[in-house]
Ligand binder design. Structure first.
Ligand code: SF4
Ligand code: FES
Length: 228
Protein backbone atom coordinates (compact mmCIF):
# COMPACT_ATOMS: atom_id res chain seq x y z
CA UNK A 1 0.00 0.00 0.00
CA UNK A 2 1.25 3.51 -0.88
CA UNK A 3 0.70 6.48 1.38
CA UNK A 4 1.58 10.17 1.15
CA UNK A 5 3.29 11.85 4.12
CA UNK A 6 3.60 15.61 4.49
CA UNK A 7 6.34 16.41 7.00
CA UNK A 8 7.16 19.78 8.54
CA UNK A 9 10.89 20.41 8.32
CA UNK A 10 13.15 22.90 10.09
CA UNK A 11 16.92 22.84 9.76
CA UNK A 12 17.83 24.59 13.03
CA UNK A 13 16.17 26.15 16.11
CA UNK A 14 16.26 29.59 14.46
CA UNK A 15 15.41 28.38 10.95
CA UNK A 16 12.17 28.81 8.99
CA UNK A 17 9.98 25.76 8.72
CA UNK A 18 8.94 24.29 5.38
CA UNK A 19 7.10 21.21 4.14
CA UNK A 20 8.25 18.16 2.21
CA UNK A 21 6.15 15.28 0.92
CA UNK A 22 7.17 11.64 0.68
CA UNK A 23 5.24 8.79 -0.90
CA UNK A 24 6.00 5.55 0.90
CA UNK A 25 5.22 1.89 0.25
CA UNK A 26 4.14 0.46 3.58
CA UNK A 27 4.13 -3.03 5.04
CA UNK A 28 0.90 -3.97 6.83
CA UNK A 29 0.86 -2.58 10.37
CA UNK A 30 3.71 -0.12 9.78
CA UNK A 31 4.18 2.48 12.50
CA UNK A 32 5.15 6.08 11.92
CA UNK A 33 8.65 5.36 13.27
CA UNK A 34 9.06 2.67 10.59
CA UNK A 35 7.98 5.18 7.94
CA UNK A 36 10.53 7.71 9.21
CA UNK A 37 13.21 5.02 9.16
CA UNK A 38 12.35 4.26 5.51
CA UNK A 39 12.60 7.95 4.67
CA UNK A 40 15.99 8.10 6.38
CA UNK A 41 17.25 5.24 4.21
CA UNK A 42 15.95 6.87 1.01
CA UNK A 43 15.23 10.59 1.53
CA UNK A 44 13.61 11.28 -1.85
CA UNK A 45 10.51 13.49 -2.00
CA UNK A 46 7.40 12.76 -4.03
CA UNK A 47 8.90 15.09 -6.69
CA UNK A 48 11.99 12.85 -6.89
CA UNK A 49 14.18 15.42 -5.16
CA UNK A 50 16.98 14.13 -2.89
CA UNK A 51 16.80 15.90 0.50
CA UNK A 52 18.35 15.63 3.97
CA UNK A 53 16.99 12.76 6.07
CA UNK A 54 14.26 13.78 8.54
CA UNK A 55 15.41 14.10 12.18
CA UNK A 56 13.30 12.75 15.05
CA UNK A 57 13.77 11.40 18.57
CA UNK A 58 13.11 7.82 19.59
CA UNK A 59 14.67 5.13 21.71
CA UNK A 60 12.60 2.19 22.97
CA UNK A 61 10.09 1.79 20.08
CA UNK A 62 7.74 0.26 22.68
CA UNK A 63 5.88 3.29 24.08
CA UNK A 64 8.04 3.25 27.21
CA UNK A 65 10.64 6.02 26.96
CA UNK A 66 8.31 8.85 25.90
CA UNK A 67 10.82 10.38 23.49
CA UNK A 68 8.99 10.04 20.15
CA UNK A 69 6.01 12.36 20.68
CA UNK A 70 4.95 14.36 17.62
CA UNK A 71 1.74 15.61 16.03
CA UNK A 72 -0.01 13.50 13.38
CA UNK A 73 -2.98 15.00 11.55
CA UNK A 74 -3.25 17.54 14.36
CA UNK A 75 -3.22 15.04 17.24
CA UNK A 76 -0.25 14.54 19.59
CA UNK A 77 0.82 10.88 19.60
CA UNK A 78 3.75 8.57 20.17
CA UNK A 79 5.20 7.81 16.73
CA UNK A 80 6.32 4.33 17.76
CA UNK A 81 2.80 3.19 18.61
CA UNK A 82 0.96 4.97 15.79
CA UNK A 83 -0.05 2.59 12.99
CA UNK A 84 -0.34 4.63 9.82
CA UNK A 85 -2.37 2.50 7.40
CA UNK A 86 -5.80 3.78 8.49
CA UNK A 87 -4.80 7.45 8.73
CA UNK A 88 -6.30 9.83 6.13
CA UNK A 89 -3.95 11.18 3.44
CA UNK A 90 -1.83 13.12 3.34
CA UNK A 91 -0.57 12.09 6.77
CA UNK A 92 0.57 15.43 8.18
CA UNK A 93 3.47 15.05 10.61
CA UNK A 94 4.68 18.00 12.70
CA UNK A 95 6.81 18.59 15.79
CA UNK A 96 4.96 19.32 19.05
CA UNK A 97 3.97 22.98 18.76
CA UNK A 98 4.23 23.89 22.46
CA UNK A 99 7.97 23.22 22.60
CA UNK A 100 11.04 24.63 20.90
CA UNK A 101 12.07 22.87 17.69
CA UNK A 102 15.70 21.76 17.58
CA UNK A 103 15.48 20.19 14.13
CA UNK A 104 12.56 18.77 12.10
CA UNK A 105 10.52 16.67 14.57
CA UNK A 106 12.98 16.97 17.49
CA UNK A 107 11.82 19.37 20.21
CA UNK A 108 13.22 20.46 23.55
CA UNK A 109 11.21 20.56 26.76
CA UNK A 110 12.18 23.60 28.81
CA UNK A 111 10.96 22.55 32.25
CA UNK A 112 12.21 25.73 33.97
CA UNK A 113 8.69 26.97 34.67
CA UNK A 114 7.69 23.65 36.21
CA UNK A 115 10.81 23.43 38.39
CA UNK A 116 10.35 27.05 39.52
CA UNK A 117 6.74 26.26 40.41
CA UNK A 118 7.80 23.36 42.59
CA UNK A 119 10.79 25.20 44.07
CA UNK A 120 8.46 28.06 44.99
CA UNK A 121 6.99 25.78 47.63
CA UNK A 122 10.42 24.27 48.40
CA UNK A 123 8.92 20.95 47.43
CA UNK A 124 11.06 19.96 44.48
CA UNK A 125 13.21 17.50 46.41
CA UNK A 126 10.45 15.69 48.35
CA UNK A 127 8.27 15.41 45.25
CA UNK A 128 11.12 13.99 43.24
CA UNK A 129 11.71 11.37 45.93
CA UNK A 130 8.28 9.79 45.79
CA UNK A 131 7.80 6.44 44.08
CA UNK A 132 8.01 6.91 40.29
CA UNK A 133 4.64 7.18 38.58
CA UNK A 134 3.67 5.40 35.32
CA UNK A 135 4.02 8.76 33.51
CA UNK A 136 6.59 8.35 30.73
CA UNK A 137 7.17 12.11 30.44
CA UNK A 138 6.18 12.19 26.78
CA UNK A 139 4.49 15.63 26.98
CA UNK A 140 1.61 14.50 24.76
CA UNK A 141 -0.85 15.77 27.40
CA UNK A 142 0.93 19.13 27.57
CA UNK A 143 0.64 19.53 23.78
CA UNK A 144 -3.07 18.66 23.80
CA UNK A 145 -3.90 21.11 26.60
CA UNK A 146 -5.23 24.45 25.23
CA UNK A 147 -4.04 26.23 28.38
CA UNK A 148 -0.45 25.01 28.31
CA UNK A 149 1.77 27.38 26.38
CA UNK A 150 -0.80 30.20 26.44
CA UNK A 151 -0.33 31.01 30.11
CA UNK A 152 1.94 30.18 33.04
CA UNK A 153 -0.05 26.98 33.60
CA UNK A 154 2.33 24.20 34.64
CA UNK A 155 0.33 21.62 32.72
CA UNK A 156 -1.40 18.28 33.33
CA UNK A 157 1.74 16.16 33.57
CA UNK A 158 3.10 18.22 36.47
CA UNK A 159 -0.24 18.30 38.28
CA UNK A 160 -0.61 14.54 37.91
CA UNK A 161 2.83 14.01 39.42
CA UNK A 162 2.05 16.42 42.29
CA UNK A 163 -1.23 14.61 42.99
CA UNK A 164 0.59 11.28 43.09
CA UNK A 165 3.12 12.78 45.52
CA UNK A 166 0.35 13.97 47.82
CA UNK A 167 -1.48 10.65 47.65
CA UNK A 168 1.67 8.83 48.70
CA UNK A 169 1.32 10.61 52.01
CA UNK A 170 3.70 13.53 52.45
CA UNK A 171 4.21 14.71 56.01
CA UNK A 172 1.43 17.25 56.88
CA UNK A 173 3.58 20.39 56.79
CA UNK A 174 5.00 19.46 53.39
CA UNK A 175 1.59 18.49 52.04
CA UNK A 176 0.19 21.87 53.11
CA UNK A 177 3.07 23.61 51.39
CA UNK A 178 2.46 21.67 48.16
CA UNK A 179 -1.25 22.48 48.26
CA UNK A 180 -0.50 26.17 48.84
CA UNK A 181 1.85 26.17 45.85
CA UNK A 182 -1.03 24.88 43.74
CA UNK A 183 -2.94 28.07 44.58
CA UNK A 184 -0.26 30.19 42.89
CA UNK A 185 -0.45 31.57 39.37
CA UNK A 186 -0.01 28.72 36.91
CA UNK A 187 -1.47 26.28 39.41
CA UNK A 188 -4.52 24.09 39.45
CA UNK A 189 -7.04 26.91 38.90
CA UNK A 190 -5.53 27.51 35.45
CA UNK A 191 -6.95 24.17 34.30
CA UNK A 192 -10.12 25.04 32.37
CA UNK A 193 -11.31 21.42 32.25
CA UNK A 194 -10.94 20.92 28.49
CA UNK A 195 -10.17 17.24 29.26
CA UNK A 196 -8.00 16.85 26.14
CA UNK A 197 -5.10 15.54 28.24
CA UNK A 198 -6.88 12.42 29.41
CA UNK A 199 -7.96 11.56 25.85
CA UNK A 200 -4.44 11.52 24.43
CA UNK A 201 -2.30 10.13 27.28
CA UNK A 202 -0.72 6.93 25.91
CA UNK A 203 -0.51 5.54 29.44
CA UNK A 204 -4.22 6.20 29.97
CA UNK A 205 -3.44 7.96 33.24
CA UNK A 206 -6.37 9.51 35.14
CA UNK A 207 -5.17 13.07 34.63
CA UNK A 208 -8.53 14.78 35.08
CA UNK A 209 -9.19 12.78 38.26
CA UNK A 210 -5.81 13.88 39.60
CA UNK A 211 -6.56 17.52 38.80
CA UNK A 212 -10.02 17.24 40.39
CA UNK A 213 -8.37 15.75 43.50
CA UNK A 214 -5.97 18.70 43.67
CA UNK A 215 -8.81 21.19 43.19
CA UNK A 216 -10.61 19.62 46.16
CA UNK A 217 -7.45 19.82 48.30
CA UNK A 218 -6.98 23.47 47.32
CA UNK A 219 -10.63 24.27 48.19
CA UNK A 220 -10.25 22.61 51.62
CA UNK A 221 -7.04 24.58 52.26
CA UNK A 222 -8.71 27.85 51.23
CA UNK A 223 -11.60 27.07 53.59
CA UNK A 224 -9.17 26.41 56.48
CA UNK A 225 -7.39 29.71 55.82
CA UNK A 226 -10.70 31.59 55.98
CA UNK A 227 -11.13 30.59 59.62
CA UNK A 228 -7.55 30.98 60.81
S1 SF4 B 1 0.66 12.15 31.85
FE1 SF4 B 1 0.47 10.75 30.07
S2 SF4 B 1 0.57 12.11 28.28
FE2 SF4 B 1 1.28 13.30 30.03
S3 SF4 B 1 3.51 13.11 29.99
FE3 SF4 B 1 2.74 11.47 31.36
S4 SF4 B 1 2.42 9.66 30.04
FE4 SF4 B 1 2.67 11.44 28.67
S1 FES C 1 10.40 5.42 21.07
FE1 FES C 1 10.11 5.24 23.24
S2 FES C 1 8.05 5.90 23.49
FE2 FES C 1 8.29 5.88 21.35
Amino acid sequence: MKKLFKIKRQDSPEGQNYWEEFEMVLPVGATLIQVLEQIRLRPITVNQQAVNPVAWDSCCHQAICGSCAMTVNGRPVLACSTVVEDLPEPVVVEPLSSFGVMRDLVVTFDGARQVAFLDGARQAAPLRNVTPTPCIDCNVCMEACPQYGNSDYVGPKVLYQMAEGLKQGLETRLATSVIKSLMNEGGVDDCQNAQNCVQVCPQKLPLTESIAYLKREVAIQAFKELFR
